[in-house]
Write a protein that binds this ligand. Structure first.
Ligand SMILES: [Fe+2]
Ligand SMILES: [Fe+2]
Length: 188
């Protein structure tokens, strides 16, 4: 996936580990939040059709780097988990191994959110309540999807699309805003 066609604010090359600062990161603000249509057109998010193509493999891009090492490492692992789900068939996902993978994703999300929320408390992040609410919403949605996947009510492609689009949107807004605050407080 590339960022071709994305709004002009995302034309820079963000170096891994550098602080999230300055005009190139203006897209982090809510005023620059893309509409779903813009995001789809940019190629950053996925359509159901793309997800239904079994060959799809999500690639980590520097654009997703927040500059905070632990957050970035865990996001990368989350991408790996989504790719593992993407490589499954619908039958795979209903198998014992598939159910374990879904539980692993749920548990990993919970662990990652707890880590971020711990940093928010330690470093007195002013938007922590709103950010944590987004985490709770995702956890509840994931729990429902786990049941729907296991029963066959939801296809794997739909869950992959949801997870990837959520990760991109949440990373580029909430997590990068948090990372900017953490960087100012000396966290790397
Ligand atoms: Fe987060
Ligand atoms: Fe995160």
């Amino acid at each position: 996936m590339t960022l071709a066609g994305a709004p002009g604010t995302i034309t820079h090359n963000h170096k891994a580990g550098s602080p999230v600062e300055g005009p190139p990161f203006a897209y982090l603000t809510r005023q620059f939040r893309w509409s779903n249509q813009q995001a789809m057109a940019s190629g950053v998010t996925m359509s159901v059709q793309e997800c239904e193509a079994m060959s799809i493999s999500i690639k980590w891009e520097d654009i997703y780097v927040t500059g905070i090492r632990d957050i970035d490492e865990q996001h990368r692992h989350f991408v790996d988990l989504i790719n593992r789900m993407s490589a499954c068939t619908d039958a795979d996902i209903r198998s014992e191994a598939g159910r374990k993978l879904v539980v692993e994703i749920l548990n990993y999300a919970g662990m990652h959110f707890a880590m971020e929320e711990g940093l928010m408390v330690t470093h007195r992040y002013p938007d922590r309540d709103a950010h944590a609410r987004e985490h709770r919403t995702l956890e509840a949605t994931l729990a429902n999807k786990a049941v729907a996947l296991a029963s066959g009510a939801e296809p794997r492609s739909s869950a992959v699309m949801f997870l990837w689009n959520w990760l991109v949107a949440h990373t580029n807004l909430e997590d990068k805003s948090l990372s900017k605050h953490l960087f100012k407080h000396g966290v790397k």
